[in-house]
Design a binder for this molecule. Sequence first.
Ligand code: UD1
Length: 421
Amino acid sequence: MAAFMVEGGYPLQGEARVSGAKNAALPVLAACLICPGEICLWDCPHLRDVDNMLAILEELGAEYSWGVDGALRLHMAGAEGYTLPQRISKEIRSSIFMLGPLLARFGRAICTYPGGCEIGNRPIDLHLSGLSALGVRIREQGGLIICDGAHMRGAEIHLDYPSVGATENIMMAAVAAQGDTFIHNAAREPETEDLQTFLNALGCHVRGAGTSNIHIRGGVEPIQRAEHRIMPDRIVAGTLLCGAAITGGCITLSNAIPQHMGSMLSKLREAGCKISCMEDRVSLEAPARLQEIKLIETLPYPGFPTDMQAQFFALATVADGACMIVENVFENRFKHGPELMRMGAVYTQKDRTAVIRGVEELTGAQVTARDLRGGAALVLAGLRARGITTVYGAELIDRGYDALDRQLRALGARITREETI
Ligand code: UD1
């Protein structure tokens, strides 16, 4: 067990470079299975979820090495297994992404129900119905999902909901299905575009990602060697900006794409932050006191991201007035609320709606991360609180932030990581 110890009251100042995006890296790592040759990924973040994906690829027969230059090199020729190892797959929800690429490469795949953060039911029905529409025969036996893709062919698929993971899984399977596939009501998250760029670098033919309609021309032979730079992490960028906002600081982020962060930047402006943007840089100067943010509703992109809800919840605890947060994407994503209450936050919650009333100050306390982004929100609250905050469950935060403590220290925060029992 590890914990972050945070001494509050030091404004974030200075410049930081944002890492590659976890949510882009995970599907791209799965898509590596489509290629039987060598791949080099630049800016791949070194995170616990990434390590778990690499462990699965290794068990399937792939080899990899991290370069001194931050590049991740993968050798996929030896990857011949199509049964996902159960123990690691249960740790990480993104293991489900491997169904599509395994079907594309081997025409079959066996997996178990995936794990991940406990932020709701997170079913995989849209993944499975999309694959069935491509002609994959799916049956369940002894807790395993057994997929036979011998008869895959292109199809018109209308998603009931623009699920990010289902969109990406179908994109990856469809590259091997003969004919054209159209995904309608597809997720429009920028990470789907990053996956499209990578699949096209592998020689596939994918168009339209980033819009609601994606077209895949299937049946193309993947090429043997490819490289790809993982896009910047908009959620890490947003978390650091919230850190500056909550501490009254002033920071500049490089390798951050403001165009991907529209909804959160607009809420930070509403709170009184001065934001200036260039093509791949964002600067934020916080006001003396955060102003009221009236309403935040999480929605699929380009709406406000559910992955930033907890961090803005933390901001609202010390902003003027009251903020209503409606969590539309996941049904169980307010676990940071009771922890923030230990630090003096005031809020009420009913079902998917929380109303937070800003207080003058938070006080340091012992709190526990219950999920990845909720854990990051507790660290942000700790940066602001009077005294020392201990955030237990740092491992959950490691799933999505590469050494968050080191990055915050470089911006002037007083935070250390301690191993606990
Ligand atoms: C991805 C992100 C995650 C983010 C989420 C929403 C990755 C690795 N993770 O997760 O960080 O919080 O998008 O932006 O990219 N659903 C179904 N059936 C399905 C699939 C999803 O009902 O088959 C529901 C989910 O329970 C949830 C909603 O759809 O309520 C959104 O899920 P989805 O967009 O699929 O999120 P993930 O891909 O799991």
